[in-house]
Design a protein around this ligand. Structure first.
Ligand code: FE2
Ligand code: FE2
Length: 191
């Protein structure tokens, strides 16, 4: 649902998170299709940056609300966080593997499978419950909090977009990218 306001339009949290899911899965499908290994690595790193921004924002603003207000919220959030941890584990493995190796493709496939499953859980089970238990205003408000949280770490430019200096300066690709994104998003400065 989109709420139109005088100052433009604002999406609710369910729209934002659902769009994120489609985009990250699409990036991974593109990575599976391309035969260019540089582009494959770029697409996967872009997906990793998007997944981190999304997952941390959910854990900061969406899961706590679910925990507090949904029936069985605590169990649902526990389950979701475990799935986030598994997804993070696969992304960290990807950082270390050469994009031209068969192992890289196996891990991309595994990541896609886990994300697809997790997104499906959220979209078919938890998001409808969010819509049932929160007002449209609350959902739009949660949506802006999520958007702000995501801004704490820069997005990796889409491989087809012009090169962004900002991403490379503040996060940079390669080994440790997942941890560095997590630090940025959670506001830790571990150097
Ligand atoms: Fe999630
Ligand atoms: Fe999600």
């Amino acid at each position: 649902m989109t709420v139109q306001t005088g100052a433009g339009s604002s999406s609710d949290v369910v729209d934002i998170l659902t769009t994120d899911h489609r985009e990250m899965l699409d990036l991974l499908s593109q990575a599976e299709r391309t035969t260019d290994t540089d582009q494959r690595r770029d697409l996967v790193e872009t997906a990793i940056a998007e997944v981190m921004r999304h997952a941390v924002a959910e854990e900061m603003y969406v899961y706590p609300a679910m925990e507090k207000h949904l029936p069985n919220g605590t169990e649902e959030v526990e389950h979701d966080k475990q799935e986030h941890d598994e997804i993070v584990r696969v992304m960290k493995q990807l950082e270390d593997v050469d994009a031209s190796s068969p192992k890289f493709m196996e891990l991309v496939k595994e990541l896609k499978k886990q994300l697809d499953h997790h997104a499906d859980d959220e979209e078919s089970d938890q998001f409808p419950k969010l819509r049932a238990h929160f007002s449209s205003e609350q959902l739009v408000d949660m949506g802006s909090k999520v958007e702000n949280a995501k801004k704490l770490a820069p997005t990796r430019p889409h491989p087809s977009a012009p090169h962004s200096e900002l991403f490379h300066k503040s996060v940079g690709p390669g080994v440790g990218m997942v941890d560095r994104l997590m630090d940025k998003l959670k506001g830790r400065h571990t150097g």
